[in-house]
Design a protein around this ligand. Structure first.
Ligand code: FAD
Ligand code: NAD
Length: 457
């Protein structure tokens, strides 16, 4: 392993999402060799991804290469574009596999670690429902947003094909979103805006026929938001002609229709042109595989169990954070980013502790008491503490909803156009780099002045 200083411990970081990138930004590379392994060589700002599905924002505006972050560290950080396919806690090594389209003679390798940081996130959940993988579109990664955009425009152009039957036009122009969590809501909202702002003038003969339906198994959408905001979202959707079918569970997905179970227990079918599947997260195979290696301590199916210091239950040298874990916190970017920052601080303290322990062994008698005091302080590592900054969700027509912490234990629930202005400014200030900020603002201005691009990519 080139660029590895044998005098220093090696931290291998898995992933380049919110958790791992936040860790990488803050980790002190003077103390450690750092190796990042991720199948995608960039960080993605997921909160604005729904805007990319209709071309409000360009995908390039939301990504920043991992090497850009690595380049700004004091010592070389090795970046390996590959998937970690196996973790061996016994030998403290991992297998990395190049699953990209272009492979060299060697596409599989092993890396050793002193500490392993697992920030591989989660996958879109399908609950084993037949046909979801084959016919549904997820919304988690860059390529998902691109696929949705292409398929949406394909449905519209196919509906405009000569002599299409009215029933087929109806089906092709029926956009169905499954899952009334923030992902499903924000996608439906963006699609509505695209329809009203752009499609109506480009396809006047079809626009009135486009329908958006959101299917949710629970009695209401946005279950994690305040009651008042749930009602506000549902009434805004009603005004926007987005149909919400609550207490409706999708049982099977077929090529052109979904089968659902209605609240009264009856079965029904809903024909669709585009199906966006946003029913939350499930653990990745790598995580499930690792859990099996710790049968005593890893029994939560949702993700990895960690202690209050983010150390994997059952292991001394593996840490996990973000959506890959099962904790009392929601799987959000906010939690993942704070955990990454915390873990970088923890590792700094561990490095100080190790240094002091080594110095103490050789210290003269009169020095020992002073160093011992410092060492006790270094060993007193505080557990992770999450500070909730609030929840935001875009609901369409330049309106957003926000649950914001207010005063001690209080909450401010607000929705509307002013909240949308807050939503925009919050996301702009949270974007990764000045380059991202400049690009997103330009995209918003471009959309306002010129409209969105309707070309199929
Ligand atoms: P991710 O960000 O998913 O990163 C995982 C990383 O691991 C990726 O780089 C991936 O390529 C890599 N990886 C995967 N498998 C492997 C492997 N085998 N080996 C190595 N690397 C691997 N949260 C909010 O707080 N606010 C929001 O507004 C918000 N909006 C969202 C909008 C959308 C559309 C989505 C999908 C999510 C949104 N979230 C939001 C949730 C947030 O994106 C996640 O909670 C967050 O991404 C979790 O961070 P993570 O680092 O754990 O995982
Ligand atoms: P989610 O878990 O929040 O919601 C998924 C929804 O799908 C649930 O309400 C569930 O009842 C429903 N569902 C599950 N199976 C179903 C079925 N068979 N038929 C019909 N409905 C079904 O998932 P998400 O929206 O993808 O969000 C994932 C995480 O990312 C959450 O923690 C969320 O807070 C976060 N996120 C936040 C934002 C934001 O803050 N603006 C945006 C997107 C995602």
């Amino acid at each position: 392993q080139a660029d590895i200083d044998p005098e220093k411990k090696t931290i291998v970081v898995l992933g380049s999402g919110w958790a791992s990138t936040s860790f990488l930004k803050d980790i002190d590379t003077d103390h450690y060799n750092v190796v990042v392994v991720s199948p995608r060589n960039y960080f993605l700002f997921t909160p604005l991804l729904p805007s990319c599905t209709v071309g409000t924002i360009d995908i390039r505006s939301l990504v920043e290469p991992t090497r850009f972050i690595a380049r700004h560290k004091s010592r070389t950080v090795k970046v390996v574009e590959a998937e970690c396919t196996h973790i061996d806690p016994e030998t403290k090594s991992i297998t990395v596999t190049d699953n990209s389209d272009v492979k060299g003679q060697n596409a599989v390798s092993t890396l050793s670690y002193d500490y392993l940081i697992i920030g591989v996130g989660a996958m879109s959940a399908t609950f084993g429902i037949k046909g979801v993988e084959e016919y549904g579109c997820f919304l988690k990664e860059v390529w998902d947003a691109q696929k949705i955009r292409t398929k949406l425009m394909d449905c519209i152009e196919t509906a405009a094909f000569p002599n299409q039957s009215p029933e087929e036009v109806d089906r092709l122009l029926h956009m169905v979103v499954v899952g009334g969590g923030p992902t499903g809501i924000e996608y439906a909202a963006e699609l509505h805006d695209f329809l009203v702002d752009d499609l109506a003038s480009w396809y006047p003969e079809l626009a009135g026929k486009v329908r958006i339906t959101l299917v949710e198994a629970l009695p209401n959408v946005l279950p994690a938001f305040s009651k008042h905001l749930i009602e506000y979202t549902e009434s805004t959707f009603k005004e926007q002609n987005i149909a919400i079918h609550t207490k409706t569970m999708v049982k099977e997905v077929r090529e052109k229709e979904i089968e659902v179970k209605r609240p009264d227990g009856s079965s029904d079918t809903i024909p669709y042109g585009l199906l966006v599947w946003a029913t939350g997260n499930t653990a990745r195979p790598l995580i499930k595989d690792l859990m099996q290696k710790f049968p005593e301590t890893q029994q939560v199916r949702r993700g990895l169990a960690v202690d209050d210091w983010l150390r994997l239950d059952g292991s001394e040298d593996i840490y996990a954070l973000g959506d890959a874990t099962a904790t009392r916190y929601a799987p959000t970017a906010q939690v993942a980013a704070q955990q990454g920052k915390y873990l970088a601080r923890l590792f700094k303290q561990l490095a100080v502790r190790d240094e002091l322990e080594a110095e103490l062994a050789d210290a003269a008698e009169e020095e020992k008491a002073r160093k011992d005091r410092k060492l006790r302080k270094a060993k007193d590592i505080k557990p992770f503490h999450y500070s909730h900054q609030g929840s935001l969700c875009y609901v369409g027509s330049d309106k957003a909803v926000a649950d914001l912490p207010f005063g001690p234990g209080g909450n401010l629930a607000t929705g509307g156009v002013a909240t949308f202005a807050f939503w925009r400014s919050a996301y702009i200030s949270n974007l990764f780099s000045t380059r991202n900020r400049a690009l997103v603002i330009t995209d918003w201005l471009k959309k306002t002045a010129l409209g969105r691009d309707i070309s199929r990519e």
